[in-house]
Design a protein around this ligand. Sequence first.
Ligand code: NAG
Ligand code: NAG
Length: 197
Amino acid sequence: MFTKNILFSILLMGLSNAAVTPGRTAVAKLQGEVSGIVGFSEIIDTDGEPAFFVGVDLSRPNENRTPLFVTVDLKGLAPDTEYAYSINTGTVSGDNCSNTGQVFDPLQRVTDIKTYNCDKFHVFETCALGDLSLINRQATGGGNLGTFSDTFVVNYLSFDAPGGRNIIGRNIAIAFSNGTIVSCGNIALSQQENTPK
Ligand SMILES: *[C@@H]1O[C@H](CO)[C@@H](O)[C@H](O)[C@H]1NC(C)=O
Ligand SMILES: *[C@@H]1O[C@H](CO)[C@@H](O)[C@H](O)[C@H]1NC(C)=O
């Protein structure tokens, strides 16, 4: 499990020079064959300038949204197997992943799944915004530990978005590349930790 302080330390390592503070955090705790968490942490930029992040669609500098630092921490992955992780629109119950719903696609980029081709360098034009593993990279259990950890930043999702970009109450699903879902969990805001740094 991560704490906000650990998350913030990792966050600072990924920054160029902007002054930032950690904001609210939301987490999906995954249940199923694969366990772990997908966490989201708001990046509050105290100097009022958009911070520079590798992997962010810079063609749309943060659009007045607070960037989110995303942490993916999975265990129980099968060796040499690729997994997708995505934000989906349904609400799941425990490890019953039958109601994950559709991939979160507020810009309606998946009009035809046969021609859908998410290009991570043109996220806005081509991707369902919830398609996190296409926007970042697939999770693999290549190591013999069966674990996968990664961090990245997105600048177009929100905890209380204008324009339907709100991810709270949606779910994270982990799936084999053939689409079979193995684990899921709802995204919920974390309790605020009032421990001053
Ligand atoms: C999973 O949930 C669905 C409805 O969301 C329900 O129909 C189904 O019976 C549940 N499966 C199990 C194993 O509980
Ligand atoms: C999907 O892929 C997994 C892992 O390779 C496999 O175990 C499963 O049987 C596949 N499911 C279908 C419906 O093909």
